[in-house]
Design a protein around this ligand. Structure first.
Ligand code: PLP
Length: 390
């Protein structure tokens, strides 16, 4: 029998749940794109996005997804054959490296095997680069597959006075975990609308420092990718290289108001931290009764606050059970060594304690139904974290 009818709980790490009021904000016909309303709206959304990233630097928006952001950033930073050092902590870092290699960037991978990047290894590698051939150090703040979280200030510190740009993919972390782009010395920040920003997929953003802009155009900088044309523009069509994604602008306006003006960023970050700890407490309690159940990232300081990856025997069967029987959808074990026995629980964006307890409660029921051995007390452990932090 299925008990799934009711409000679905989608705990996949993107697209994340979209608030009804954000959907409603998007649900209107476009005003005249040459009128006065749209440039004002566009400017306000851009100002809010800069607040979100903690920067006064430049911002170029693109119609597209996170992969679009990757390609746009690379097209502005590199000429073919120039070097990038990519710190890989999971599937997303590896895919990023593969995509920009295809563009002709000479990517060197430093692999941390699903664990967060080690700043000391980075420092040692950069010390060998006496001629400064490495033009950029690139890292995912959260690798959404492994749920490893990079310590961005520590990475910046490890770069010392090496001239490389620091490029951060914050697609799964912006609006979930702290980001202080200017204070932390990040040169290029990449994000997209459908994860911590609580909107539907469709827009990507590049924030870039004056130091990054000083490079000027390269042979890869075609008009669609050129961030100078967009960041310096006033007319919305210039900003977006054509018709703006009008429904997304209305949606972003609403979602950014919720994050920045209503809840407040500090609270947003604290909520994500508390929900992450709630999930870790449950997984650790299950794991106490089954060594096969364990968090992918051992060190709590290296774990993302927006998504949790874990190994769990028969995870695929469990995912199927919780979806069909309880209405909870969990993330696949993307990039795991043994994907059939791994899954991910998202606690990203528009997500509260009740939604996390729903996901954990459904998993507990599923493990019981499928006779997957697990330690007792996981839901009590999770509830205790919520009681202490709420
Ligand atoms: C989701 C994600 C991407 C890819 O974004 P798409 O919108 O699927 O292209 C890239 N990097 C990270 C860290 C992500 O979480």
């Amino acid at each position: 029998m299925s008990l799934a009818l009711g409000h679905p709980v989608i705990a996949i790490p993107g697209p994340s749940p979209t608030p009804d009021r954000v959907l409603r904000a998007a649900h209107r016909a476009s005003p005249d794109i040459y009128g006065e309303e749209l440039p004002k709206l566009n400017q306000h959304v851009m100002d809010q996005l800069k607040r979100l990233a903690g920067t006064k630097a430049n911002l170029a928006p693109y119609i597209g997804n996170g992969h679009t952001g990757w390609e746009a950033a690379a097209a502005n930073m590199f000429a073919p054959g120039e070097r990038a050092l990519l710190l890989v902590s999971g599937h997303f870092g590896a895919s990023w490296a593969a995509q920009i290699s295809e563009m002709g960037v000479a990517v060197e991978i430093m692999d941390f095997d699903n664990a967060p990047a080690d700043p000391e290894r980075l420092a040692a590698r950069l010390a060998e680069d006496r001629d400064g051939l490495i033009r950029a150090v690139m890292v995912c703040q959260t690798d959404t597959a492994s749920s490893a979280a990079a310590d961005i200030p520590a990475i910046r510190a490890a770069m010392q006075d090496h001239p490389a740009l620091l490029v951060v993919d914050a697609i799964a972390s912006l609006g979930c975990s702290p980001m202080h782009m200017d204070d932390w010395g990040v040169d290029v920040l990449i994000s997209a609308s459908q994860k911590g920003l609580m909107c539907q997929p469709g827009t990507a953003f590049l924030w870039f420092s004056d130091r990054a802009a000083a490079r000027g155009r390269t042979p890869l900088t075609t008009p669609v990718w050129d961030w100078h044309l967009r960041a310096g523009a006033e007319a919305p069509w210039r900003f977006w290289n054509g018709t703006p994604p009008v429904p997304q602008l209305f949606a972003l306006e609403e979602a950014l108001c919720m994050l920045l003006d209503e809840e407040g960023l500090e609270t947003v970050w604290a909520r994500h931290a508390a929900l992450a700890e709630t999930v870790w407490a449950a997984v650790e309690a299950w794991g106490a009764g089954n060594p096969g159940i364990r968090l992918t990232v051992a060190d709590p300081a290296g774990r993302a606050h927006s998504v949790t990856a874990l190994s769990l025997p028969r995870a695929d069967a469990l995912r199927d059970w919780v979806t069909t029987r309880t209405g909870v959808t969990l993330g696949v074990g993307l990039g795991a060594k043994d994907p059939d026995n791994a899954l991910r629980i998202a606690h990203m964006g528009y997500c509260n304690a009740a939604m996390v307890m729903a996901a954990l409660g459904a998993m507990e029921a599923g493990m019981t139904a499928l006779s997957i051995p697990h330690g007792p007390g996981a839901l009590e452990a999770a509830a205790k974290v919520i009681a202490a932090r709420a």
